[in-house]
Write a protein that binds this ligand. Structure first.
Ligand SMILES: *Cc1c(COP(=O)(O)O)cnc(C)c1O
Length: 455
C-alpha cells in the first residue's frame, strides 16, 4: 500500500465549494432561538436588527444541506487554505501506540486559529449588505484578531470590546487587532449603557465575555449601518467551520482512510462542530459509524456537568435565549483558569447531538492539558494553543488505550491553533504555579438557580 505522507495537502481546486449544514440531516432539529420578551422563536426580522440579513438566513436554515461558498470568500480562503491534515508519525512513535493519529492544523494564518474561517464569511456578508462596520467581543483575542483581518480585507469598520483583564494582560493580540485597523475598547466601558451599569455595580471589575457581548450588541444596535457578529456558538459559525471537516474528509478519502474516533476541543463548539459535521452527516443518514468526543475544561464543564435548558447567551441578557448545555449565564470560571474555552454554554447543534447520544464529552484538568501540549510540541514541533491541547490530551489518552488493547484505531483530532500569545499560561505551568480547579456542585447550582424560568 502507498505510504501515507506526513502531510496530506489538498490543492486549491479540491477545496470545498459549499459549506455543509448538518442540521439538514438531523431528524430532531436543534431548538430555535427564543425572544426573551415573548418566549416565542426569534423571527428573521427580529434577528435582522442584530445580525446581517444573509447570516440570519443561514442561522435559521435547517433544511439545505449545502450552502455555496461565494467566490470572494474562497479567494480569501486560498491565502491560507486548504490546511494540512498531518499524520502524527512522531507522536505515534513516541507513544509506541499502534493507533494511527491524524490532526487537522488550523493555526497557519496570522490570527493563529480556525476563527478566520467564519470571520471572513461574516465580514463578506456585512460588506455585501452595504454596512459600514461590525461590532464584536473578544476574550483572549483570537476572534477579535481574526475579525480585524477579515474587516480590513473588505474595508469595514471593526469595533472590538475586549474583556478588560485580557486588554491589560495581553497587549500583543490587542496590537495585532489595531495593526489591522480595529478599534479596541476594554470592557466594561463607559461607551455603552450596559457597560456603565456594570461599572457602577462592580467598580474595578476585570470584565467577562458575557458582559463584552452585551456591550458589543448594544454598540451595533444603536449605530446606523452596524451589525453584531459572533465567533462561535451560533449555527452560522458551525456552518462556516464545516470547511474544516469537509477538507479533512476529502484528505482522508484520498487515501481511503476511515477514522474510528474524531476528537475536538469545545468552547462554544464551532471548531468541533465544523470538524465533525460531514462525518456526523454520514452517521445521521445511516451510512457510517464514528465515535465523536468533545473535550472541555474541568473548570468550565458545560456538557459534562451542565443543564440542557434555555439560557441567556450574555450577562446583560440582551441576546436571544438559546437551548443549550449551560452552566448559567452568570458562570465565570475560576481566576486561575488559563486554558481558554471559558464560555458558559455550548452550541445548540452540538447540545442536541450530545443529548441524542451521538456525541461523547469528556472534561480534563488544565495541568494535564499543558502536559499534553508540551509533549506534543516536543515531538511534532507545533506549539499548540491551550484550547487545542484539550483535544491533544484526549487523543493521547485514546492512543494509550490502543496500546493496552493492541487495537490499531485511527484517531483524528482538530488542532485549532498556535499558542504563541499564551506563553504566560505556559510560564505558570513551567513554574509549577498552575493549579487545577474543579467547581463544586454547590457552586454550579448557583448558576443553575439563575436560569430563566420558562424552562
Ligand atoms: C476560540 C478557540 C477555540 C474554541 O472555540 P470553539 O468555538 O469551541 O471552536 C479553540 N481553539 C482555539 C485556538 C480558539 O481560538
Amino acid at each position: 500500500m502507498e505510504q501515507i505522507p506526513y502531510k496530506i495537502y489538498l490543492n486549491e481546486n479540491e477545496m470545498p465549494t459549499a459549506w455543509y449544514n448538518v442540521r439538514a440531516d438531523m431528524k430532531k432539529k436543534p431548538a430555535p432561538l427564543l425572544n426573551p420578551g415573548t418566549g416565542k422563536p426569534m423571527t428573521a426580522e427580529e434577528l435582522g436588527h442584530v445580525f446581517c440579513d444573509e447570516l440570519v438566513r443561514q442561522e435559521l436554515n435547517d433544511t439545505d444541506a449545502y450552502i455555496p461558498i461565494p467566490d470572494e470568500i474562497r479567494a480569501f480562503y486560498k491565502m491560507y487554505r486548504p490546511s494540512p491534515l498531518v499524520r502524527a508519525y512522531c507522536l505515534e512513535e513516541k507513544l509506541q501506540s499502534p493507533a494511527k493519529i491524524y490532526y487537522k492544523f488550523e493555526g497557519n494564518n496570522t490570527s493563529g486559529s480556525h476563527k478566520l474561517n467564519s470571520a471572513i464569511a461574516q465580514a463578506y456578508y456585512a460588506k455585501k449588505q452595504g454596512l459600514r462596520g461590525v461590532t464584536t467581543e473578544t476574550g483572549a483575542g483570537q476572534w477579535g484578531t481574526a475579525l480585524s483581518m477579515a474587516c480590513s480585507y473588505f474595508d469595514l469598520d471593526c469595533l472590538v470590546y475586549m474583556v478588560k483583564v485580557s486588554y491589560e494582560q495581553k497587549p500583543f493580540r490587542r496590537e495585532v487587532m489595531r495593526t489591522y485597523g480595529a478599534q479596541v475598547t476594554p470592557s466594561p466601558s463607559n461607551t455603552t449603557a450596559i457597560g456603565r451599569k456594570i461599572l457602577e455595580e462592580f467598580p474595578g471589575t476585570g470584565g467577562s465575555l458575557g458582559c463584552a457581548i452585551s456591550e458589543a450588541v448594544e454598540a451595533a444596535t444603536t449605530r446606523e449601518g452596524y451589525r453584531y457578529v459572533l465567533g462561535s456558538v451560533l449555527n452560522q459559525v458551525l456552518l462556516h467551520q464545516s470547511v474544516i471537516g469537509l477538507e479533512t474528509k476529502a484528505a482522508l478519502d484520498k487515501y481511503g482512510i476511515k477514522p474510528d474516533i474524531i476528537i475536538g476541543c469545545a468552547g462554544g463548539g464551532s471548531n468541533l462542530g465544523g470538524l465533525i459535521s460531514p462525518f456526523m452527516g454520514e452517521v445521521l443518514r445511516g451510512e457510517k459509524n464514528y465515535r465523536f468526543i468533545a473535550v472541555e475544561p474541568a473548570s468550565c464543564p458545560s456538557l459534562t456537568r451542565g443543564k440542557y435548558a434555555y439560557d441567556f447567551c450574555d450577562t446583560g441578557k440582551v441576546c436571544p435565549l438559546a437551548k443549550m448545555y449551560t452552566l448559567g449565564s452568570g458562570f465565570i470560571p475560576a481566576p486561575n483558569h488559563a486554558g481558554g474555552l471559558r464560555y458558559h454554554g455550548m452550541s445548540s447543534i452540538l447540545s442536541e447531538l450530545y443529548d441524542q447520544g451521538l456525541l461523547e464529552a469528556r472534561s480534563v484538568v488544565q495541568t494535564d492539558v499543558f502536559r499534553a501540549a508540551e509533549a506534543f510540541a516536543r515531538v511534532e514541533g507545533i506549539l499548540p494553543a491551550p484550547e487545542s491541547a484539550h483535544a491533544i490530551k484526549v487523543a493521547i489518552d485514546e492512543a494509550q488505550k490502543c496500546k493496552e488493547t493492541g487495537e490499531e484505531k485511527t484517531i483524528v483530532f482538530g488542532l485549532t491553533g498556535t499558542g504563541y500569545f499564551d506563553m504566560v499560561a505556559y510560564e505558570k505551568f513551567h513554574n509549577g504555579e498552575m493549579g487545577d480547579y474543579i467547581p463544586s456542585d454547590e457552586e454550579l447550582q448557583k448558576g443553575f438557580d439563575k436560569l430563566p424560568k420558562l424552562n
